[in-house]
Ligand binder design. Structure first.
Ligand SMILES: Nc1ncnc2c1ncn2[C@@H]1O[C@H](COP(=O)(O)OP(=O)(O)OP(=O)(O)O)[C@@H](O)[C@H]1O
Length: 238
């Protein structure tokens, strides 16, 4: 039986950037439970706190108050080194602008995270690249790849370490519609292997692939809706 992973429990999470009069309050008391294996989309206006929430879940940002529990582990109140250990073990990230290392090929970008984290099986790299449709571009550098191909390489990299939870920040934001649909399809496939996914998007249509849609406004979750029938990415139109 498939094991579902990557559940979340956030309680009273607050986060501000800066101090005193210049402080910007990005999260104003977030309570959130996500079941293991759920695919959650987060929508909301620019500046509403979506990326901050994703970064708090992924242990990229610390919190000022409250607790964050991911895949059964308490993340808040960890030291920076314990946080990076947590990220290595549990989280895969996908970003809007791919964040590949420009001096490494697609294959090497996948291999290097395995080396750095000591996780994943290097013999699986060809399979990972095949799964994202990049076999014939494996030895190309990022600058020699299209945006969609770079995002596919970054997806292979994100799952190379066998994470419990995939965090995607605007994964289709820099892509055309057809390419975005392919990337969303890959995200959906990864979710079907039991991994949790939290995806920030500006695209209402992209959120239709999710089991659940959260909307943020001014540092709070202002709506939380289950999607009874998530759409297959291949059928998305926008
Ligand atoms: N490093 C930072 N330093 C200071 N303020 C920040 C920082 N990062 C984010 N903020 C502020 O925190 C608030 C929430 O930002 P966040 O990036 O989480 O929003 P968002 O919903 O992801 O926005 P967008 O859709 O534009 O990416 C905004 O007011 C933003 O200006």
């Amino acid at each position: 039986m498939m094991v579902k992973r990557g559940g979340l429990r956030l309680r009273g999470v607050e986060k501000a950037y800066g101090t005193g009069e210049a402080a910007v309050c990005a999260l104003r008391g977030i309570d959130l439970d996500v079941a293991p294996g759920e695919l959650v989309a987060i929508l909301g206006a620019s500046g509403s706190g979506k990326t901050t929430l994703l970064n708090v879940i992924g242990g990229i940002e610390s919190v000022d108050a409250g607790s964050v529990c991911v895949a059964g582990e308490e993340v808040s109140a960890r030291s920076p080194s314990a946080l990076s250990e947590f990220r290595r073990t549990h989280i895969g990230f996908i970003f809007q602008f791919f964040n590949l290392i420009p001096t490494l090929t697609a294959r090497e970008n996948v291999e290097v995270v395995m080396e750095l984290t000591g996780r994943g099986d290097r013999r699986r790299v060809p399979d990972l690249l095949a799964a994202v449709g990049l076999t014939d571009r494996a030895d190309h550098f990022p600058a020699q790849l299209s945006g969609g191909q770079q995002q596919r390489a970054s997806i292979a990299r994100a799952i190379a370490t066998e994470p419990d939870l995939l965090l995607a920040d605007e994964p289709t934001g820099a892509l055309d519609v057809a390419t975005g649909r392919i990337v969303l399809g890959l995200i959906q496939q990864i979710n079907k292997t039991g991994r949790g996914v939290v995806m920030v998007t500006h695209n209402e249509m992209a959120s239709h692939i999710a089991d659940r849609v959260l909307r943020m406004g001014d540092g709070r979750i202002v709506a939380d809706e289950l999607n009874a029938e998530p759409t297959d990415a291949v059928a998305l139109r926008w």
